[in-house]
Ligand binder design. Structure first.
Ligand code: HEM
Length: 264
């Protein structure tokens, strides 16, 4: 008998049916979902990716998947942020402020995703379940996050690259802000940096609020550090120059205006 006439097992056909059934399922029943047979799974390495979490059956708490996935997803978003920050640096070095802005816009949207994840975990984790999860964390701390540490290392260097670009354009920060219409590209870039600094600062404050409502602001971390150490980070700003300029311009305009009460 010619083998080619034998019917193939249905699941060996990874081609989607042009007519999904009522459930919207594309593959015939019996197709081995999640075994890496499709191009989608091959490209995204879903087999490896989805095996990186503690199986539900051996999780220390039913809320461990929430904790682990939120942190793993955050690491991926921070990885993307770092890639885009480095692209922004390169665009500044090649005198393309708008392209740098484009990268920073994505970075800034990622920070907002990180904030959403903090909200998500804050609203859904129970204090008792988190207590159980802590027992499997060793002395692990968010302070050891590689993504976070790479970002802390890279972010401040944006300022030196921005300053280099300003110098090549024979501009200073004051001119960029005072003559913002004339210098709109550089002004837009400076504001994208301001957004990044602001959002990162808000994310840290947001995380501190999460810590306060989860384990308490007065508790000790698994490293024996007070949660209050986070307060120092909340106060950190990457580009203080951008904030100082605002105070300077506001004070100057106040002096010029004189701060008189409105007439009746
Ligand atoms: C139940 C949820 C969480 C709790 C109770 C918690 C608790 C803490 C505590 C107590 C610290 C202080 C440092 C230390 O551990 O010694 C910390 C730091 C940190 N955590 Fe979390 N965290 C939670 C969720 C998250 C999430 C979802 C992320 C996402 C990336 C995250 C990222 C970080 C980072 C980056 C730091 C260092 C922050 C800094 O130095 O400003 N944490 N966390």
């Amino acid at each position: 008998m010619n083998d080619s006439t034998a019917p193939e097992p249905a699941y060996q056909t990874p081609t989607p049916s042009p007519h999904p059934d009522v459930t919207g399922r594309y593959y015939v029943p019996g197709f081995p979902i999640g075994e890496g047979k499709t191009d989608y799974e091959k490209y995204l390495h879903t087999v490896q990716l989805l095996s990186l979490q503690t199986p539900v059956e051996s999780a220390i708490s039913p809320e461990e998947p929430l904790f682990q996935i939120t942190h793993q997803a955050s690491e991926l978003w921070m990885k993307l942020m770092l890639i885009e920050l480095k692209r922004a640096l390169a665009f500044m070095d090649s005198d393309q402020p708008l392209m740098a802005c484009r990268c920073l816009r994505l970075v800034n949207e990622c920070v907002q995703v990180l904030m959403l994840q903090v909200d998500l975990i804050a609203r859904n984790i129970s204090i008792v379940e988190y207590g159980k999860i802590r027992t499997v964390l060793g002395q692990g701390s968010g302070m050891e996050s590689p993504g976070f540490n790479w970002l802390l290392e890279t972010a401040p260097s944006l300022w030196a690259h921005f300053t280099g670009l300003m110098q090549r354009q024979q501009l200073d920060l004051r001119a960029i802000y005072v003559d913002y219409e004339k210098n709109i590209e550089m002004h837009t870039l400076a504001e994208a940096l301001m957004d990044f600094d602001d959002l990162f600062h808000k994310w840290r404050a947001h995380h501190f609020a999460l810590v306060a409502r989860t384990i308490g602001a007065e508790s000790n971390s698994l490293k024996g550090l007070s949660s209050q150490v986070l307060q120092k980070g909340v106060k950190t700003r990457f580009f203080p120059e951008l904030l100082e300029l605002r105070s300077t311009l506001t004070n100057e305009s106040s002096v010029a205006y004189g701060g008189q009460p409105l007439a009746d």
